[in-house]
Design a protein around this ligand. Structure first.
Ligand code: ADP
Ligand code: MG
Length: 289
């Protein structure tokens, strides 16, 4: 497979250059995969949370990750950014082993895992996207400040810039963390349940950003409990249940057999719509709002 140069998608030199006219998924897989897992196993205390998982998300596509509670979605994201060690297998970003390309991957964790007592403002948090793993002590350049302001504006939180992060609503916090990810100007954006416990306006804002990222050829992976959203707004779907149940286009993945295998009796496929039986799955408690 040919390896493309990977100049930055947001820099003026590369913006809108490479293959902007190529329809997503229409080129028969000629573009290199930006994100690839090969036989990945991740365990906690010897118990696998992900087992032998392999799939690839093609360049510039937007994929959803779905599966019941405890199926390994969050584990998958953490493994992809190197927060958890792989017990077996490998992760490739731009066809390079994990670690060489860390800076170009932005990760928005599931909201409940963030420490909201951390005494920083919205602007500070978004600025962290600029500094990445180089740490806090680099001075912000005017370019850093410009990108931070733009990212806050895109997420509709510019007027909250001076507010302490802990005092925002759940939806506002979600937007702050997406703004931080945007400020990082990533090639790959990973978001763990950005639609859980947020208001409709935030959900729309997140979906709007995803649309905007299409023209920048950012590869996106988002976990969600909303199977209809996964089926209707994403190019591909990964269906997890510790093992990979299926990966492919929504039509390939959301067959009655696959859905039953992953969710058991919790989901019904009715006339093409996916109906989740809400009484069964225990939702994690939402706090920190
Ligand atoms: P999901 O995000 O799909 O709900 P997770 O990736 O959070 O699933 O969890 C997958 C499995 O790993 C679950 O059985 C969960 O209990 C377990 N697990 C997750 N995090 C830890 C941890 N830090 N220590 C031990 N087990 C964990
Ligand atoms: Mg999770």
């Amino acid at each position: 497979m040919a390896r493309s140069g990977h100049s930055h998608p947001f820099t003026s030199a590369s913006r809108g250059s490479a293959g902007a006219a190529a329809p997503v998924g229409g080129s028969g897989g000629l573009k290199p995969a930006r994100l690839e897992l090969c036989d990945v196993t991740v365990s906690y205390n010897g118990r696998p949370a992900l087992l032998d998982v392999s799939f690839a998300v093609p360049h510039a596509e937007q994929w959803a990750v779905v599966g019941p509670n405890g199926s390994g979605k969050s584990t998958l994201f953490k493994a992809l950014v190197g927060l958890l060690p792989l017990r077996a297998g490998r992760v490739l970003i731009h066809e390079e082993p994990l670690g060489l390309e860390k800076e170009c991957v932005a990760y928005v964790p599931q909201r409940e895992v963030v420490d909201w007592r951390f005494p920083v403002t919205v602007r500070d948090v978004v600025m962290m996207g600029r500094f990445g793993r180089q740490g806090w002590f680099r001075r912000a350049s005017s370019e850093d400040r410009r990108v931070v302001a733009l990212s806050m504006e895109q997420m509709g939180i510019a007027e909250l810039a001076g507010e302490p992060i802990g005092e925002l609503s759940g939806g506002q916090q979600q937007r702050v963390f997406l703004a931080r990810a945007l400020a990082q100007e990533p090639h790959v954006l990973l978001m763990d349940e950005p639609f859980t416990g947020v208001d409709v306006a935030t959900q729309e804002a997140v979906l709007g950003v995803l649309e905007a990222l299409r023209s920048r050829e950012v590869t996106v992976m988002v976990s969600t409990h909303d199977l209809n959203l996964a089926a209707n707004r994403f190019d591909g779907v990964v269906l997890l249940n510790t093992r990979l149940v299926a990966a492919g286009t929504p039509a390939q993945v959301f067959t009655p057999a696959m859905v039953a295998e992953a969710f058991g009796g919790q989901v019904l496929l009715l006339d093409g719509a996916l109906v989740v039986d809400r009484c069964c799955p225990p939702e994690p408690p939402e706090d920190g709002r």
